[in-house]
Design a protein around this ligand. Sequence first.
Ligand code: NDP
Length: 335
Amino acid sequence: NKKVVLKDFITGFPKESDMEIVTTDTVRLKVPEGSKAVLLKNMYLSCDPYTLWRMRKHDEPPSVPGSVITGFGVGKVVDSSHPDFKVGDFVWGMTGWEEYSLITETEMLFKIRYTDVPLSYYTGLLGMAGFTAYIGFHEISSPKKGEYVFVSAASGAVGQLVGQLAKLMGCYVVGSAGSDEKVNLLKNKFGFDEAFNYKKEPDLSAALKRLFPEGIDIYFENVGGPMLDAVLINMRNHGRIAVCGMISQYSLEKPEGVHNLLYVIAKRIRMEGFNIGDFLHKYHQFEEIIGEYIKDGKITYVEDKAEGLENAPAALVGLFAGRNVGKQLVVVSHE
Ligand code: NDP
């Protein structure tokens, strides 16, 4: 059983050398008699910014040095003593970065409903990232038709769906991304009205002013740092900021300060953070709506697939350098 193991707790920016590939015996991997366990053959693993958090030192770190890295993924049941999961079922949920995972705690394992879409979508579009986009936009941002929406890290796993949901609702949508290739995707594949490469803008606030002369109603926050400061100046009265993530801060020893928070008062802004884990009861509703959108061709999704477990460390590290174009995942096995 080939696996990706954490070598030491990660500090600062992650490095490939923080992880290593090891191989162990598969013979011992069997569902224990009398248990409610599932043996999974992992197919696709999701690389998420929060995977990094799982690899840092906390009071109760999910990953410790020497242990397999864990996160969301898609797999096929190859052995089961659990009444809800049969051999041959496709599932998504919490698993390990390895060829086979014995799952003894199945609360975070879900049966896949739409098997006629690419199953890898359950690492992104129909998995945690897509669900985050859906909840963050529809529940946290309180959108109305015709509003002005700005999304950062807009071509990523979450951002590309936020933009498309906003367009479906009849909003004006602008996205920022870190390369011209990504900007091109935003405008020509995902249907954003406008997009810009933030790395090429000497003045982020001026860029937003140019694209939102009347101001921003909704900011879907994925990056934090200087972008948040620039947005605060450009918000409209009664605007909403859905604080989904702040990836620019995750690897810093000391997070940067936010300088323009006073605008929250002057412009009566509602700024709300959320954790997708609190919304699991709405997952089926989301899966059905997005599943139908996919079937009707209303939504498109771009994935960045790293082939093979040995490429998982580089894929994870790449998220923090913006190397991924679309949803980053790792293909362990195609079937
Ligand atoms: P992405 O697919 O968007 O990948 C990360 C992207 O972030 C990179 O491609 C890069 O894009 C951008 N980025 C990396 N470093 C920086 C930086 N220093 N400054 C600005 N941009 C940077 O990831 P996800 O879509 O999976 O996640 C997006 C956000 O959503 C993250 O902040 C994540 O933590 C958050 N999240 C929150 C959840 C919740 O429950 N609240 C659940 C899931 C995700 P570019 O080239 O454009 O810079």
